[in-house]
Ligand binder design. Structure first.
Ligand SMILES: [Zn+2]
Length: 526
């Protein structure tokens, strides 16, 4: 019997070192797998009476994109504080006052702020309370490091006036007192985040996840590796009910308590919960430091714009060693957020102390972001088999990099890690649009010399991300035997002007041989 589906007369991106031969014309799919890739004549000749034929009309086909680093956390129903992307504190307060007029007394008001608010000493709960004395308010920082809650929210989220810092967390405090200001860093955010996410009902969370998956398939994303701030047991329950068309890897992202990390979260979950086979539970992620935006990435030198301060560890080297041992005991992948070079170096030291290359060479320990893998650390990371997952949306902060690091800096590498042979993957960790991220990957506004080619960037977003989840034999390339997870794109991203790339969409997305999104640009017979 012939293939179930053939896609003909397209430009099919296939793996290969030779750039001249990276495109085929056609694909045959049987069941949930790719059967063959070749010229349109070769593939058309395989078809029989039952085969469905799709004319690609010269559209580009890439492997389904695999977002290796995403945070989907459903929020409960709330009124939003509407501001610009990078608001001033005054703008937040004005927008909050507008939200207060709309929200019924006692209901949640949620917002998002950025670098200016995190670094503004006026941004405290006391000022939020003046504008919103009767509503619980939480504003998250878009880069995840510095959220803000008011006094009503503290009560609703079980935080006390003198809440102690959990391991790896910092509550900012009123000078010379133990009273917290409502601004939270690192693991101090986890308790309130988790308790707020738990207030979303399962059905609210299910429809939130379904909406996310609709956006994903419209962009040709077929796999997401998600670190939710909802506990992983509850998140898996949400996914089982949501029956999403995409593949989701649930990565445990546990909290800490006073003096200890929570080692039990999600521990009893099966590896493949649910009926669809598209949900995988694997790996644990820990946060080792902050970011340069709020100056809590831990550097080996002082910040140029804050003398005597070089950031901090959230989890220090003895905790790093302990999490490495736990990863061996559980035979579970380990992922660490490490941004500063001091943090990256300490983590590599911890790997050496826990057995070095012999123990770790094949375990694919992931460094998320890897901005601090400076030239002396790159060969060490490669020798230890470290996989780096980068987020191109972070490449844009050129002015911040210069302010924090100086005019010349080696931070935020990308191409040099690939050149050194480090397995390299991409994830969004922010705006989900993969084409926006691809544009940033091929321009690298913060350090243009580190920009990737579009081919390298697509490889990282597909094969690289599959490798980063031990799935490279199942997906990540369009080749015989692999899952038929494909995206047919609205334009040729390999030839289009780079500023037009973010507007790309998927006109046809296929997961496991099944059409999960069709914009009707192409005709797919029933
Ligand atoms: Zn992240």
């Amino acid at each position: 019997m012939g293939p179930d589906l053939v896609l003909l007369n397209g430009k099919v991106f296939v793996p290969g070192a030779d750039p001249a031969h990276r495109f085929a014309q056609a694909i045959a799919v049987a069941g949930d797998r790719v059967l063959a890739v070749g010229t349109s004549a070769e593939i058309a000749a395989m078809a029989d009476a039952h085969t469905r034929r799709v004319e690609l009309k010269a559209h580009v086909v890439i492997p389904g994109l695999n977002d290796a680093h995403f945070h989907h956390t459903p929020d409960p129903r709330a009124t939003r504080i509407v501001t610009s992307f990078e608001p001033t504190w005054e703008e937040v307060l004005d927008a909050l006052s507008a939200a207060v007029k709309e929200a019924s007394i006692g209901t949640w008001i949620l917002g998002t702020h950025g670098i200016q608010v995190v670094n503004d000493p006026r941004a405290t709960r006391f000022e939020l309370d003046r504008v919103a004395p009767n509503h619980p308010v939480r504003s998250n920082c878009y880069f995840g490091h510095g959220s803000l809650i008011n006094t009503k929210a503290m009560a609703a989220l079980a935080m006390s006036e003198e809440e102690p810092d959990p391991l790896g967390g910092c509550c900012e405090r009123v000078a010379n007192t133990n009273r917290i200001t409502g601004k939270l860093f690192g693991y101090a955010q986890w308790g309130p985040w988790r308790r707020l996410a738990d207030k979303a009902s399962i059905s609210e969370a299910v429809s939130d996840a379904q909406q996310l998956a609709r956006e994903a398939v419209g962009l040709g994303i077929t796999s997401m590796q998600n670190m939710s701030l909802l506990g992983s047991d509850r998140y898996v329950e949400v996914l089982k009910q949501a029956e999403l068309p995409i593949r989701v890897r649930v990565i445990r992202f546990p909290a800490t308590r006073l003096g200890a990390r929570d080692l039990n979260e999600g521990r009893r979950l099966p590896k493949h919960p649910g009926e669809t086979g598209r949900i995988t539970v694997s790996g644990t992620k820990w946060l080792l430091d902050g970011t340069p935006l709020e100056r809590r990435a831990h550097l080996r030198k002082e910040y140029r714009d804050r003398r005597g301060w070089s950031g901090q560890f959230y989890l220090p080297e003895d905790e790093m060693r302990a999490m490495l041992r736990e990863s061996l005991q559980d035979d579970g992948p380990l992922l660490v957020h490490a941004v500063g070079d001091k943090t990256a170096e300490s983590f590599l030291n911890a790997m050496d102390a826990e057995g070095g290359r012999a123990k770790w060479g094949n375990r694919r320990v992931r460094i998320e972001h890897g901005d601090g893998l400076l030239p002396d650390l790159i060969p060490r990371a490669r020798d230890l088999g470290v996989v780096v997952v980068q987020n191109p949306s972070h490449f844009v902060f050129k002015d911040i990099f210069v302010a924090r690091y100086g005019e010349k800096f080696d931070y935020v590498p990308a191409r040099s890690m690939i050149d050194a042979g480090i397995p390299f993957a991409l994830g969004s960790d922010g705006p989900m649009n993969p084409y926006l991220n691809l544009m940033f990957a091929v321009t690298h506004p913060g350090r243009p010399a580190e920009a990737l080619s579009m081919e390298q960037a697509v490889d990282a977003y597909t094969q690289g991300s599959a490798f980063a989840e031990f799935q490279e034999n199942e997906k990540g390339t369009i080749s015989p035997g692999k899952l038929a997870d494909l995206a047919v794109l609205s334009q040729d991203i390999f030839a289009a002007p780079v500023d037009s790339v973010p507007a790309t969409t998927s006109v046809l997305t296929i997961v496991g041989g099944k059409v999960v999104h069709n914009s009707e640009t192409l005709t797919v017979p029933n």
